[in-house]
Each structure stands twice: as C-alpha cells, then as structure tokens.
Design a binder for this molecule. Structure first.
Ligand SMILES: [Ca+2]
Ligand SMILES: [Ca+2]
Length: 177
C-alpha cells in the first residue's frame, strides 16, 4: 500500500478509536455518534440524528464483516487497514451514505450548504482539533463560501482512494495527516 494511503488510514483509525483503547469496536461507534448528535442537539430516536446513528452502525457492521476475522468484535490497526482498503471498493454503498448523513446533519437549515462553523462542529465532535478542521474546510471550499454535498463526497472519495503523494491538499478531510 502507498505511504500516503497508509497515513490516511492511520489517521482514520485513530479517530474511529473514539475511546482510545487501541482497537475499534462497536462502543467506539456508539460514542462517536453520541458526540456528533450532542454537538448538533439531535436525538438518536428520530430524523437526522437517527439517520446518522444508523449509518454509523452500518459503517461499523461493514467494517466488522470484512476485518474481524476471528469474530471477537475488535479490530486492530492492521486488520483495519486491510479492511478499509476493501471497503473503499464499495465506497458508494458502504462509506458514502455515512458522509451523506453527516452532511445533512451538519446542514441545519437544509439549504444544501454546510458552513465553516457547522463543518468544524462535526469534525471537533469526532476528535479533529478546531484549527485543523477550519483549515480543511478552507481548502475544500477554496477559501470561501460553503461546502456542498458534491464537494464533500469528492473529498471523501479522494481520502479513501487517492494514493498520489504529489497532491497533499487532496488528502485532507480530517485535518493534517
Ligand atoms: Ca476503541
Ligand atoms: Ca445550510
């Protein structure tokens, strides 16, 4: 695997290990969904909150099905990198919906645009420092305006798949690598 992809997956692993115990398990996804919902004042039981929490669980189940070969419900760093690489091949069906649900959650007024403040709030909730999240937003939006769903999905696709180390700015989704 390319070094840059490895770096990105390492970053992703560190974020997904929300409780910081060195493995990814269901409790990490529950915790992360909870933090995002609290940041946006949404409920797990209904609407955007339910959609987001459900997609978080779908993402976890897809990862677990691919990575957890011994069935103990825990995924370590090596298992994660192998699995997410496979899961990236199914980006549109497995990973895309989580980012889409996250976008709609962040877009509080449903106008199809996410502001810098809203973007930073989501990223902070999943463990990205505010200044790095802000810098990521500025790069994604080219220093102005708001974020569209298409732009976010393009960036997410690049994050999971792009192995070209020449364009580091294209590998930013969760702050600095
Ligand atoms: Ca964990
Ligand atoms: Ca909006």
């Amino acid at each position: 695997m390319s070094a840059v992809l490895d770096q990105k997956y390492e970053k992703l692993f560190a974020l997904l290990d929300a409780n910081g115990d060195g493995v990814i398990a269901e409790d990490d996804f529950t915790l992360m969904a909870e933090r995002v919902l609290v940041a946006f004042g949404e409920e797990r039981a209904a609407g955007k909150g339910k959609k987001y929490a459900d997609e978080m669980m779908n993402y976890w189940h897809a990862l677990r099905d691919r990575a957890d070969t011994d069935g103990d419900g825990r995924i370590d760093g090596d298992e994660f990198r192998r699995a997410v690489r496979q899961a990236s091949d199914d980006f549109d069906t497995l990973i895309g919906p989580l980012y889409e649900a996250g976008f709609h959650l962040a877009d509080r007024d449903d106008d199809g645009l996410v502001s810098r403040e809203e973007f930073v709030a989501v990223e902070q909730a999943i463990g990205v420092p505010a200044d790095e999240a802000g810098a990521t937003f500025d790069l994604l939006t080219e220093q102005g305006g708001s974020l569209t769903l298409d732009r976010l999905m393009a960036a997410a696709t690049q994050y999971y798949r792009n192995e070209d180390p020449a364009h580091t700015e294209r590998h930013l989704l969760f702050g600095a690598l």
